[in-house]
Design a protein around this ligand. Structure first.
Ligand code: MG
Ligand code: NI
Length: 482
């Protein structure tokens, strides 16, 4: 008799996900699946709208990552406006970079301090009443305060560059609609932004130290939990450096060999396919050269540090060298090391923000460029959660006739399924009853990938879970929820 366990994350926003674990009559795990109902209407919703509206419209896709969608769409529209992807004025490109690195800063701070740190500080078996951001605020007040202020700093950067914290209109086809005033600059350099960029960088560095210290004390957990080899995909700069805003598309395999050798992302359809499975609305992207079975890959902080060759800021580069040395330079497939990579990126984002703030180009008035119009454009960025693809075609009346998006969370579909499967095989297998600890471990495995299920459902804070054991006749024989 086969039994089925269902774990259902309930969300406050668009999208819905659940995990099912099918057991055989000996309680051995037979199969696990992460099902996600994607917000699918969007690619059709933008059809018929004037192309210049896209960078604003696409922010309705998701309340969590509006800046990422704004910039990916703007980059695609730069191509349609005949200037992109590398023809922007220095002021426009640097303002967009400042916006994007501000978004990365606030998103990574939010994820680590609000979502990930409770799992690390209190452990997977802790009372869920404590194992959340409230628990962090009660027992680790300084850490919680820093989390709030780091995030706020990033949000203020977004406000100053995009015009609004959410649904800003900063980037327009061919450029940007404002520069950074000297007053805005000084608020970030010297405070009160909240506080100043140097304090933010110091705190980011101390967050990396916090993780390394936790890792030293919990090696077994951090190194083994949901660890598995994979391919990795990200944009990299022409010289192989880490870059969140622009670059060529690179993929490496589990031995670090280049599977995609810095190709032009405008040709992504040649290199990336999307498989469809009957049991999930979320597609399964893969590298065509390796095929559907073997071509799946990770994206996000871990994948980015596996694909790049260096980080072009000094403090983050130093931490990158320590990170790389831990695996002897080989690609890192340990899911919980994603938190380490994410904090190195937080530090890097802080350093880049400081460099940009000190660049006088940001106060110049050369904001937009124009060129010969094209009818198709592709725009990619490295969003906080990983590579984000936007692709549009327009008709003779300047209206969008086709839109294709591959969001970061979709790129991580197979890795998240593998992570859940790891928990099923290593924690749940052989157990007859569902425990709180099992639920927590499923949550921790998925959370390492920081899924935005709103872009593909996003549960801020504690991920509400429901788990059911169902026998072959469909009767519920065990049930837990929180
Ligand atoms: Mg799509
Ligand atoms: Ni999102």
């Amino acid at each position: 008799m086969a039994r089925k366990i269902t774990i259902e994350p309930v969300t406050r926003v668009e999208g819905h996900g659940k995990v099912t674990i099918l057991l055989d009559d000996k309680n051995r795990v037979e199969r696990t699946r992460l099902h996600i109902v994607e917000f699918r209407g969007f690619e059709r919703f933008v059809q018929g709208r004037p192309y210049w509206e896209a960078p604003v419209l696409v922010q309705r896709l998701c309340g969590i990552c509006p800046v990422s969608h704004h910039l990916a769409a703007a980059k695609a529209m730069d191509v349609i406006a005949g200037v992109g992807p590398e023809g922007l004025s220095p002021t426009a490109e640097k303002m967009r970079r400042l916006m994007h690195y501000g978004q990365m800063f606030q998103s990574h701070a939010l994820h680590f301090f609000h979502l990930a740190s409770p799992d690390l500080l209190f452990g997977a078996d802790a009372d869920p009443a404590i194992r959340n951001v409230i628990g962090v605020a009660l027992y680790h007040r300084e850490l919680a305060t820093r989390g709030v202020l780091l995030r706020k700093f990033g949000q203020e950067i977004i406000l100053a560059t995009a015009g609004k914290k959410i649904h800003g209109t900063g980037a327009i086809p061919g450029g940007i609609n404002k520069n950074l005033t000297a007053e805005e600059r000084d608020s970030f350099l010297k405070g009160p932004a909240p506080l100043d960029i140097d304090t933010m960088i110091t705190w980011a560095l101390e967050a990396v130290e916090f993780f390394k210290d936790f890792h030293r004390k919990n090696k077994e957990l951090i190194d083994s939990f949901a660890a598995f080899p994979s391919n990795h995909l990200s944009l990299v700069r022409k010289d192989g450096g880490l870059d969140f805003y622009h670059g060529a598309l690179r993929a490496v395999d589990t031995d670090g060999r280049k599977v995609l050798d810095d190709v032009d992302y405008a040709d992504y359809l040649k290199y990336i396919g999307e498989d469809i499975k009957t049991w999930s609305y979320m597609k399964f992207p893969f590298l065509r050269s390796l095929g559907k079975e073997d071509g799946w890959y990770r994206v996000g902080p871990l994948a980015r540090l596996n694909c790049c060759e260096f980080i072009p800021t000094p403090l983050a580069q130093h931490e990158y060298e320590i990170f790389k040395a831990y695996t002897g330079g080989r690609p890192n497939g340990m899911s919980l090391h994603t938190h380490w990579a994410r904090l190195i990126e937080l530090l890097h984002a802080g350093e880049v923000i400081k460099e940009l703030l000190n660049d006088p180009d940001l106060q110049k008035d050369d904001l937009t460029r124009k060129g010969k119009k094209a009818f198709e454009g592709v725009g990619l960025v490295e969003a906080p959660r990983g590579t984000l693809f936007h692709h549009y075609r327009i008709d003779a009346d300047d209206r969008i006739s086709m839109a294709n998006l591959i969001v970061s969370t979709t790129n991580n579909n197979e890795p998240m399924n593998r992570a859940v499967n790891w928990v099923a095989l290593n924690v749940i297998d052989g157990q007859a009853k569902i425990t709180e600890g099992m639920l927590n471990r499923v949550e921790i495995a998925i959370r390492a990938y920081d899924p935005c299920l709103s872009c593909a459902t996003h549960a801020l804070g504690r991920m509400p879970l429901e788990i059911e054991m169902i026998d072959a006749e469909g009767a519920i024989i065990d049930k837990r929820s929180r």
